[in-house]
Design a protein around this ligand. Structure first.
Ligand SMILES: [Zn+2]
Length: 205
């Protein structure tokens, strides 16, 4: 099954579906489903099928699959569109935040952090970071430089990018969620929807 989500690349690898068919709590059908128990919610849900998630079944309910960095998104929008009123910026940010938080598969992370924004929209998660990954993302150029420039502002302050690259960044590609679960430190790689800009967040257990 081909699953397409704007803010999440290859969910079949990084936000895996159940191994057996389960009852989707939102349409009642027996399907391969995402685990909805990871979502931020006061409701008690076990499973949601990809069609219900993509189709917006969470919209209007107190359920969120992630937490968008809406303040940074608004800041970017105001820089990109100085002619926009505060109301226009708020409305655009709100629309994108609903799409992100309500129709995006859940990314399992060690710590809670906000989903990064770039170029006036939320970024697309494209996999876990490794030296191999950054080299592949910068053909003919320097993977280390790309990595250092990609650190999101939230993780850019107290960390020495050189040390991260040398000491913590894995050498080899991390293929999927199962492999990531064995890593005590993880780098999460995102791409802008509107440019080639790469954004990295990292955390540890
Ligand atoms: Zn469903």
């Amino acid at each position: 099954m081909e699953l397409n989500f704007a803010y999440f690349d290859h969910p079949e690898k990084y936000s895996p579906l159940s191994e057996e068919e389960e009852t989707c709590d939102f349409c009642g059908q027996e399907k391969l489903c995402f685990d909805a128990s990871f979502f931020y919610s006061v409701e008690d849900n076990d499973f949601i099928c990809p069609e219900c998630l993509a189709g917006g079944k969470l919209i209007g309910r107190e359920i969120f699959t992630c937490d968008g960095d809406i303040d940074e998104l608004k800041r970017q929008l105001s820089v990109l569109h100085p002619e926009w009123s505060t109301e226009m910026i708020d409305a655009d940010a709100e629309r994108k935040t609903i799409a992100l938080e309500k129709t995006t598969p859940h990314l399992i992370t060690w710590q809670d952090w906000s989903w990064p924004a770039a170029d006036g929209d939320y970024c697309r998660f494209i996999g876990y970071g490794s030296r191999e990954k950054y080299a592949a993302l910068s053909p003919g150029a320097n993977g280390k430089e790309l990595f250092e420039n990609s650190l999101y502002y939230t993780v850019d302050e107290d960390t020495d990018a050189d040390e991260l690259w040398e000491d913590l960044l894995p050498e080899d590609d991390i293929a999927d969620y199962n492999e990531s679960a064995e890593m005590p430190v993880l780098f999460y790689v995102f791409r802008s929807l509107h440019s080639d800009r790469i954004v990295t967040v990292w955390d540890s257990n």
